[in-house]
Design a protein around this ligand. Sequence first.
Ligand code: C2O
Ligand code: CU
Ligand code: CU
Length: 462
Amino acid sequence: MAEPSPTPRVLPEGLPLRTLGTLVNESSDETQFSATLVAAPAVAAALPGQSTPMILYNGQGPGPLIELREGQHVRITLDNQLDRDSTIHWHGLPVPPDQDGNPMDPVHAGVRRLYEYDIPPGTAGTYWYHPHPDRATAEQVARGLAGPLIVRAADDPLAHIPEVTMFITGLKLDSNAQIAADSAIDWSVGRQRETILVNGDRLPVHMVRPGTTQRWRLYNATAARHFHVALEGHTLTLVGTGGGLLGAPIAGLPEILLAPAQRIEILATLNASPNSRYRLRALSYEADYLGLGTYADDDLLTVVTTNDIPATPVDAPTSLRPIADLGPTTTRQLVELDEVHGLCTQTGATVTFLINNRIFDPNRVDLTTVAGRVELWDIVNHTAMSHPFHIHGTQFQLMSRQLGTVVTPAPYLAWTDTVLVPSQQTATIKVRQATPGKRMFHCHILEHEDNCMMAILDVHAA
Ligand code: C2O
Ligand code: CU
Ligand code: CU
């Protein structure tokens, strides 16, 4: 089942790390954010001298950075200039179910649709947006539709530290410089052999004055890559997950695992030596099934220190913000991840992964809950590969992991919307949904999500 590596290694490398363009707020009232995202065909010059048809938001790949503030009322119109259905899903944000771009809510070709929601206090964090159309999410993301979204708090304890957004995507081209379609292997284990890009470029260079402390927001927007982020010659300080800051910084980390769809905030303090090069690396993680994956060590970008006198490093505050445990629970739900053969084979997938042994059906409710109720969910992975498990509409807390009979409590509380569940492990989370309506939950390997590994949670009014 070996597959040739189709992306020629001639993507331009070593360009300065791009600063992503931001989506301009058309409202003059700061309590409002209004803008339009046009999803349209675009031609990119991924390889010199060849053109690659893509589909982009506002002509930008990655899509524009959306910067929101806690308390804002948001109105963003999707102008779908594609020849097919699409949606925008506000990954991780607590938007109402009917504004969340579910596959049951398609925006048809040629149609404009307004998404409207509020950003509640306490939401500050690192989110992203991407299409979520029925069985076509993987393809639309692979062709370029995805972008970063940051919610800022008025009282951000790290506001004095310079910030850099690093949006990591995958690109796989065929021999004609066209975005490669998913193969049968991709449909089985998630898109393989992508070239990793950061802010749209291969191995960009990030120039920093030696000694500087920066706050980096890293997004894993690839379909299926799991990697350990590591900076050569340095340790990293974790200060935040997707749903915002931790209670306190965790310093001295040689590497941090970043699964598909996850985001982290880290502080990096560069060594004081001028004119030095350090690779920000994506070290391997064995996530794959039957050794089909290519999760070898790879590089994300190169940090180069300038010739300047070293800056004075900035210390992180010892505490960032309180994170309270979601509290007592009376309900426990079971979510089993299973592996079967001979189902959902229209994509060519030889193995299919299911949730609670059922094929996704947009007209069926799989679990129910009540708005405001705190629940424990046990996510049990019976399969031979890792799955990044995601729930829409809220941030949740990982409580513990279990492998065999060994239970390991989570080392710290954090807000996340995607938890990695390695093969044969159980992850136990506490989760609460605030708003009635239907919420998707699924594996965030996009091919799995499109190919049956998704389900619906119906949140009833309290
Ligand atoms: Cu980013 Cu339903 O997911
Ligand atoms: Cu989501
Ligand atoms: Cu999966």
